[in-house]
Design a protein around this ligand. Structure first.
Ligand code: URA
Length: 201
């Protein structure tokens, strides 16, 4: 079905979040605890888009509050960003997982689920009207610019998309999973610092 069918034109972010809370645009709502809408100021200059909420985001209802979020916060601070000034959201608003014993293990959303959820991201981008959208990882990059987009082609550059620019770096979870975490973190931080220095007017 897709979120567009249950997404009324929202006048503001709280209304958008309220409408998204009842979204049945795909099946992911069935097993997730709740919709995790974006968070941050309505007049943010930067929107950061992740993939989907994780386990802790699903239970708290807030984006990027688990291990990947803590790594993101640290890197943002070190790169000269203030997370409080950034609108942080995800391409998909429900946690998709498989159960392994007591643990809920992240499962990547399908293209169909990303497309089904795209009306909420479009609503957020329209309402925030940022200067820059930073895609964190491939799922976000494809959600924002289309399925042929890769992080590699966007890393270190900004492409114009209507009123805003779009760039990308890796997803913070990939830093946590990297065999050489120190180097992966340094690269991630380098990307964010480069974005901070060059991409904002
Ligand atoms: N990973 C994401 O992509 N988003 C979150 O909110 C948390 C983890």
């Amino acid at each position: 079905m897709g979120a567009a069918a249950c997404a009324p034109a929202a006048p503001d972010l709280p209304a958008g979040g309220g409408a998204a809370a009842g979204c049945r645009g795909c099946d992911l709502y069935r097993n997730a605890t709740q919709t995790v809408f974006g968070e941050g100021p309505a007049d943010a200059r930067v929107v950061m888009v992740g993939e989907q909420p994780g386990d802790q985001e699903d239970t708290s209802g807030l984006p990027f509050v688990g291990p990947a979020g803590r790594l993101l916060d640290r890197a943002l601070g070190e790169a000269g960003f203030d997370r409080g000034e950034i609108y942080v959201t995800n391409a998909v608003k429900h946690f998709k997982f498989v159960e392994r014993g007591k643990r809920r293990i992240h499962k990547q959303p399908s293209r169909t689920e990303v497309v089904a959820c795209s009306a909420w991201l479009a609503t957020e981008l329209e309402l925030v009207d940022p200067e820059l959208v930073v895609c964190l990882g491939a799922v976000a990059a494809k959600a924002v610019l289309g399925p042929a987009t890769t992080v590699g082609e966007l890393r270190g550059r900004v492409v114009a998309r209507g009123a805003y620019g779009v760039t990308a770096t890796v997803h913070p979870s990939s830093v946590l999973r990297a065999p050489d975490r120190t180097t992966a973190y340094a690269d991630f931080l380098g990307d964010l610092a480069h974005i901070r220095e060059t991409a904002l007017r």
